[in-house]
Design a protein around this ligand. Structure first.
Ligand code: CP3
Length: 347
């Protein structure tokens, strides 16, 4: 029998008889123990920067569900915070940041070497989780991809169509490109430190990749992802990287080859039978159950879970959702999903 953590074996291309399972946003508001720990911390950001409590919420879903991987509890917006953006969260609304609109705003971001003091609590969370995590469970480090992080930094908040970032890209592409490059360099350093601290693999969340097409997708989704993956693998040849170009549609095809990632995470709009033919041929895939099934449960949950397991059974696959579990997700249905995946025997 091959040795090693199941998640890492799948990431390296092994077709396991039962796919390893984890869930995006598995530590979160749908869990009463998460809400209690957040309360203890005071608020979400204080929780992110409190290594003991962040480690605790990282481990909670592992204890409750027996997932095959933990993901360090943090947020993609901690990196802009470390670079000097103001950051706060408005309850019920989401993140707010100072905005970026001109040269001076980009110039005043701190140098990439100077982010680590601010981010030290994240590295410490990773070290604590590594000590406590059962040996067979993998720990995933992560960062936002430059384009997605830039959309929040430019607009100062989440936007439905990323219009402010699109506008800056068109009106001042030089400045926009410099911001993307700065984020690319900082992300490489941030992820390298997460690996040093003990992360077994890393994931790049490009949640708004789907709002770029054509040339812009090549320049601001593929290239930064390739640059980050290449730099990390130069330093850490064995490290596996997961890319998540959410809502990339047809651009999922060839994404792994174009960027060098070991695994492509698929959103819920993707048809798994199509993705098995067109994306999984290049390596491991992860996804793509709609998070709404963990709100409604029942037959539809079981049916869709089986469909995904079967569609991807001919190659390397990690079972996951197509996006984060929502606060109204039902922990009982998470159990039901896991039992369904582990009981399924693809024909
Ligand atoms: O369990 C895990 O997956 C690890 C932790 C994690 C969080 N955010 C914690 C979090 C991860 C991997 C993220 C990624 C993240 N953060 C993304 C990329 C993935 C995606 O969802 O598209 C993005 C875009 C963000 C930025 C962000 N953080 C937004 C827009 C919001 C507000 C919306 C919301 O869900 O509340 C957050 C807050 C956030 N990040 C919460 C959690 C658990 C909820 C905060 C709370 O407890 O109130």
């Amino acid at each position: 029998m091959a040795k090693g953590k199941l998640l890492i074996r799948a990431l390296k291309g092994e077709n396991l008889s039962v796919p390893p399972i984890w869930v995006m946003r598995q530590a979160g508001r749908y869990l009463p123990e998460y809400r209690a720990t957040r309360e203890k911390a005071g608020d979400f950001l204080s929780l992110c920067y409190n290594s003991d409590l962040a480690a605790e919420v990282t481990l909670q879903p592992i204890r409750r569900f027996g997932f095959d991987a933990a993901i360090v509890f943090a947020d993609i917006l901690l990196l802009p915070h470390a670079l000097g953006s103001d950051l706060w969260f408005v309850t019920g609304e989401g993140p707010r940041l100072s905005t970026i609109s001109d040269e001076a705003d980009v110039e005043k971001l701190v140098g990439c070497d100077d982010i680590h003091e601010h981010l030290a609590p994240v590295y410490e969370t990773i070290r604590i989780v590594c000590r406590e995590l059962p040996a067979e469970i993998a720990l995933i480090g992560f960062a936002g991809a430059p384009w997605t992080v830039a959309t929040y930094m430019i607009a100062g908040r989440g936007t439905s169509n990323q219009e402010p970032a699109h506008r800056l890209m068109v009106e001042n592409e030089g400045l926009f490109s410099r911001l993307i490059e700065r984020l690319t360099d900082a992300t490489i350093q941030y992820l390298a430190m997460q690996i040093e601290a003990g992360a077994d693999c890393v994931k790049l969340f490009d949640s708004w990749a789907g709002s770029l097409g054509g040339d812009a997708f090549d320049k601001f989704v593929l290239k930064p992802c390739r640059d980050i993956t290449t730099a990390l693998k130069e330093q850490y040849p064995d490290i596996a990287v997961i890319g998540f170009p959410r809502e990339a549609g047809e651009r999922y095809v060839g994404f792994a080859k174009a960027t060098g990632v070991d695994c492509v995470a698929l959103d819920s709009d993707v048809n798994p039978v199509w993705a098995a033919q067109h994306v999984q041929i290049d390596g491991c895939v992860q996804g793509n159950l709609a998070p709404s099934h963990l709100v409604t449960g029942g037959e539809a949950l079981v049916e869709h879970t089986r469909k995904i397991v079967n569609a991807f059974s001919k190659g390397a696959h990690i079972f996951n959702l197509g996006h984060g579990i929502t606060p109204d997700g039902n922990p009982d249905y998470v159990h039901q999903m896991i039992e369904t995946v582990r009981a399924e025997k693809p024909g």
